[in-house]
Write a protein that binds this ligand. Sequence first.
Ligand code: SAM
Length: 456
Amino acid sequence: MQLPLKLLESIKDITGFDKEAFQGVHESGEQVTSVRLNPFKPVKQFPNPPAGWAGFPIPDSKIPWCETGFYLEKRPSFTFDPIFHAGCYYVQEASSMFLEQALKQTTDLSKPLKVLDLCAAPGGKSTHIQSLISKDSLLVSNEVIRSRVNILKDNIIKWGCGNVVVTNNDPKDFARLENYFDVIVVDAPCSGSGLFRRDPEAIEEWSEGNVQLCSQRQQRILADVLPALKKNGVLIYSTCSYSKEEDENITDWLIREFSLDYSPLTIRPDWRIADTNKGYRFWPDKLQGEGFFLACFRKTAGDEVAVIKSRELPGQLNKKELELIKEWVETDTVNFVRNKNTVYAWPKNVFNDFNYLLEKMNVIYSGARVGELIRDKLVPDHALAMSSLLKINISKTEVSYEQAVRYLQRKELITGAVHKGWNLVTYLDRPLGWANVLPGRVNNYYPKELRILKDK
Ligand code: SAM
């Protein structure tokens, strides 16, 4: 693996850089695999894990800066782990889980917050943020590239989120939400050198010119979105680039050009993260993780309150429909809206914000899709199966590992289900999706677009 000499030359004076060790760790071919567990979908420990079970958490493998992050001994086949499809964990690079410290150390997460994850696909940071904010908080998870929004939406649904709005907007569109957010996370598109160890082919694409282009784009994105941050709100900026132009120079530029104070974090020496006084750097030869940079800022200008004018309410359910929905959904914390026959659950406490966002932004998905009302019946949606809003007394059918994989491949099922009609298919008690049990056959309702295409 020949790292670009111009890159090595340009980073030689940065705190924590050790050329030999850095080159050595890239040549070693060592790969680090890590996952973050979903706190809302705890996994039972099994003494004899069935085949395909990722077999974690490994007790002494905790990622020190993230409560729910764990290193794995080796990379298992996530595709054939039903628990992965149930949304019990997210496969995520360890360094980027440092976002947890940035959030915890700058913000009172017990408060109701409005958070924006501006560059969100495929959803690693968004699912992490959602796990850390309170139930009364709201996360706007945005992705500008249309073709990447679906994977983001699918991951938000799989994580079981109910307080997330997925949008497909350009950063400059957020000027419509002036002084609105308490926290904005910009995990910026970058030149990607931090991931060279994992993806050596990316080395070919690296150039000084691209670093400059990325730096300019990062400035544009930040300048566009900053009006949406309220006074005293926190900006968290991160990249997976080693280049100063995309990291410390952006910190300098932000402080120079905007009303922002740099917010230092406390890091423990044994974490081996490098503090450059303009951000935190993750060197892969110092710690178990890929190259990463993160810096936090607090806005000192603007207003602390945004003015939200409510628009006309979206479609509501009539009494009979509501009675029907109540058989499926825990209704204490949510209200329902409908778009034609499709019913969505929106959290009561952020209902007006959901409505406001629907008017102002290009909303792709919000809350939890409950299902379709068809001829006085509900056809439940996959998102409801993934959500904690689902009533616990819904008929369930627990399946074996082999049947779970068949279900996820959308193949024919033999479940031995006793209850006719809609059944939640579960594996190790974790919902995978819906099946409709009819006399003599079981219809598999796992979404076609999510199915496992490979055979084992
Ligand atoms: N935060 C994501 C996660 O943790 O899974 C990874 C984000 S990735 C580093 C950067 C994202 O920025 C990509 O999804 C990319 O599509 C998006 N992006 C590309 N150009 C952009 C632009 N001009 N403005 C905003 N986002 C952009």
